[in-house]
Design a binder for this molecule. Structure first.
Ligand SMILES: NC(=O)c1ccc[n+]([C@@H]2O[C@H](COP(=O)([O-])OP(=O)(O)OC[C@H]3O[C@@H](n4cnc5c(N)ncnc54)[C@H](O)[C@@H]3O)[C@@H](O)[C@H]2O)c1
Length: 346
């Protein structure tokens, strides 16, 4: 193994702290600096013993890569600035605030020949990879049903950018879900949507009802809310985020021509022998094998470091994967705004 890769984390807030912890624990990465724009936050980070600096120009010269964990509206500019330093870049999700910014960031990384990774870390869970295998056993996909509904604590919204356009649960939370659906059910080609801000009353939505059409012909529905209380959300099912309570209920269901799969438990329903058991026949519940548990943010960081070092990786989300998710989020915003369904070109 070579020397650990020197990386900086830009933005020492909530998710930035998780990247910092993963970088400190990794054998493949060395934390060269934490770049933090806010003076009071810098003092707090320095008091934790972290190598904090005020801007990327003050980062040590041997730095080779950056993890960008700033508010979403800053992702594009900070990303461009980091690429201009010649660094490989991992940008937290969503890749950018707008689709136009995603296009710009991806084009710049490609022109400079630098790695650009979107922080859709869920792909790094072994149960996500295994879901792809198990979905092959439910026949052709017919439909998908998903929910992400967790009531965020009220002080979450004390931070101004989280209440304004550029945030909101479509960009902040559904971005993960859309990347996951792309991974498991293939490209989304059309959406309709209704948004509501009736519960929190902010400029951004707090609840959405979304319909999806996949390139395969399958249809999907998705309910999203950060104002309603429920056990149905990826983090509550998996316990992957230490700040979110575990409730253990499956938030995604895949329905196929030969059976069904619940996610992330990967419990499958299949008939006895028949290729496509009709409603007259019982279905058997088939449990999934035990799979290893990993910290997907740590796994993503190690894989990112390897990619910056020249390795190939077909698991983590590229900038283009992040841009494809942005296309869907942009279409959902437009569908909700216009009341018209929106087609998404591949
Ligand atoms: N992968 C995940 O599961 C996950 C979880 C939470 C947040 N996120 C994403 O991470 C990003 C940050 O979210 P958060 O909740 O951690 O935000 P936050 O507000 O808690 O932290 C952002 C930090 O960035 C700093 N900052 C702002 N502009 C900066 C700049 N130009 N240079 C350096 N520092 C700057 C702020 O002062 C703040 O400390 C968002 O895009 C969000 O969608 C991802």
């Amino acid at each position: 193994m070579g020397a650990p890769l020197a990386i900086c984390v830009v933005g020492g807030g909530s998710i930035g702290m998780r990247h910092i912890g993963c970088a400190q624990a990794s054998d493949l990465v060395r934390l060269s600096a934490v770049v933090e724009a806010d003076a009071a936050r810098r003092d707090a980070l320095a008091a934790m013993g972290l190598p904090v600096v005020a801007d990327i120009d003050a980062v040590p010269a041997d730095t080779k890569a950056a993890v960008i964990a700033t508010p979403t509206p800053n992702h594009a500019q900070v990303g461009l600035d980091c690429l201009a330093k010649g660094w490989g870049v991992l940008v937290e999700k969503p890749l950018t605030e707008t689709l136009a910014d995603a296009d710009l960031l991806c084009a710049r990384a490609a022109a400079l020949g630098l790695p650009l990774v979107a922080g859709h870390h869920r792909r790094c869970h072994p149960f996500v990879a295994h879901a792809r295998t198990r979905l092959q056993d439910i026949g052709d996909m017919v439909a998908v049903q998903g929910i992400w509904a967790l009531r965020k604590h009220d002080s979450y919204y004390d931070v101004a950018w989280r209440r304004a356009p550029g945030a909101g649960p479509i960009l902040t939370n559904l971005s993960h879900e859309i990347d996951l659906l792309h991974c498991l059910a293939g490209p989304i080609t059309e959406v309709t949507a209704m948004n509501s801000n009736a519960t929190r009353g902010f400029a951004v939505e707090d609840t959405s009802a979304i319909s999806l059409r996949f390139a395969s012909g399958a249809l999907g529905t998705f309910i999203l809310s950060d104002a309603g209380v429920s056990p149905w959300a990826f983090e509550a099912a998996t316990g992957e985020n230490p700040a979110i309570a575990v409730r253990g209920e499956d938030p995604l269901r895949f329905i196929g021509t030969a059976g069904a799969l619940s996610f992330p438990t990967l419990q499958m329903w299949k008939g006895d022998g028949q290729a496509a058991p009709d409603w007259q026949h019982p279905l058997n519940k088939i449990a999934a094998p035990e799979l290893p548990r990993v910290d997907a943010i740590a796994e993503q960081l190690d894989r990112f470091a390897a990619v910056v070092g020249g390795a190939e990786d077909d698991l983590i989300a590229t900038g283009d994967d992040g841009r494809r998710t942005m296309q869907v989020l942009d279409a959902i915003h437009k569908a909700a705004h216009t009341g018209q369904s929106q087609a998404i070109s591949p």
